[in-house]
Design a protein. Structure first.
Length: 204
């Protein structure tokens, strides 16, 4: 039999794809159980976490839809459900009233503060795996995430530091940093929030 490295690589990719799909099914089951205990659906919890961790000027319905990989219509339905629960408030962006920004209400912030244990069941399932395997696994997952991001299948939100659009320490004491993409100065606290528009620089 002739050894074909390319075929072996393709077979490995197929096996990994199947494994990732099975993992996604298991993760869905685990997060659903954790969510049921809180009284919210997994996507509703994702919406609350999105509002909590995303910089306020980019916490839009559109960016939320891209973050969870759904349509704008579906994202609106998720958000509206949380608005009715009094957990999220919607407002129009002052620079462009066609854009809807999302923010947590005081009740929403209280709910987020109770989410520390959400997802712990998944983390506990990984504790039994040896550290040396987890190191390689983490690196492999990083490569997969990067590949999916480059192909447009995944949005990875990160804080401003390391983004090609970020200009640190170019403003005043209140808003020391500048975002060249949004064309606005940012408070330091805002720069620590996640941004779906984050584009890593070559040095990052």
């Amino acid at each position: 039999m002739v050894f074909d490295p390319q075929q072996r690589k393709e077979n490995r990719s197929a096996r990994i794809s199947v494994a990732l799909f099975r993992m996604s099914q298991a993760i869905k089951k685990v997060t659903q159980a954790d969510s049921d205990a809180i009284g919210l659906s997994p996507v509703q919890i994702q919406a609350l976490l999105f509002c909590s961790h995303t910089r306020c000027d980019v916490a839009t319905v559109g960016n939320f839809a891209q973050t969870i990989g759904t349509t704008h219509v579906t994202a609106v339905k998720i958000v509206n459900g949380l608005v009715r629960k009094g957990l999220i408030v919607k407002r129009q962006k002052s620079e462009d009233r066609r854009v809807t920004l999302l923010d947590l209400t005081s009740e929403g912030r209280q709910q987020v503060s109770k989410l520390d244990d959400w997802g712990n069941s998944l983390e506990e399932a990984l504790h039994s795996i040896p550290e040396e395997i987890m190191v390689d696994f983490e690196q492999g997952l990083g490569s997969i995430i990067s590949a999916l991001q480059k192909q447009g299948h995944l949005v990875v939100a990160e804080p401003c530091l390391g983004c090609i659009h970020f200009r640190p320490n170019t403003g005043d004491a209140d808003t020391p940093h500048y975002c060249a993409l949004m064309k606005k100065y940012l408070a330091h606290e805002a720069s620590l929030k996640e941004c779906p528009e984050h584009t890593p620089s070559a040095e990052a």
